[in-house]
Design a protein around this ligand. Sequence first.
Ligand SMILES: O=c1[nH]cnc2c1ncn2[C@@H]1O[C@H](COP(=O)(O)OP(=O)(O)O)[C@@H](O)[C@H]1O
Ligand SMILES: [Mg+2]
Length: 191
Amino acid sequence: MTTPTAARHIVNFITGNANKLSEVKAILEPAIQVESKKLDLLEIQGTLEEVTLDKCRRAADLVQGPVLVEDTCLCFNALNGLPGPYIKWFLESIGHDGLNNLLAAYEDKSAKAVCTFGYSPGPGHEPILFQGITDGKIVPPRGPTNFGWDPIFEYDGKTYAEMEKPEKNKISHRGRALAQLQAWFAKEMTA
Ligand SMILES: O=c1[nH]cnc2c1ncn2[C@@H]1O[C@H](COP(=O)(O)OP(=O)(O)O)[C@@H](O)[C@H]1O
Ligand SMILES: [Mg+2]
């Protein structure tokens, strides 16, 4: 008998970020096949959920089909959650040292990495959200500098950048959000 490949889920992950794509593939495949369209989507201002919902609706309209999108936030507890969804622009403008300096006036260096995925079956459908959070703290950079703020986010004594990929994926904000997505897809398949 042939394998029922038609029943296998395929997602079309819309992202302009190659590092995100490789983590999503490493976590979801082979159970869920990840295709991708390289599009850097505009982001509105708003809550973490609003940003991803809007991004997901617009991605579905653009692609005219099912899409998966993701937005990542880095929230400093001493700053009531900022930079949050604006971390990309903070990182680009002030770098790892600048982000550490933002917390210099505070004893509390704790932070939350939050990943929100949005899945839409197509235009006109309300997206479904999957969110993962990892609690850590902001430290001076340690480890390779190839992915965003990985070198300054410490979890359990190691920065994300100091971890092997599978180690990061197991405990990361992205890994946790994708565990929910996997559970949802698994339920859909048996429905
Ligand atoms: O797991 C991660 N580790 C470190 N940096 C990350 C991670 N995920 C996202 N980032 C960075 O945080 C920012 C998140 O912004 P956003 O999710 O809007 O990114 P994108 O527009 O590149 O997809 C970007 O600068 C991104 O490179
Ligand atoms: Mg963003």
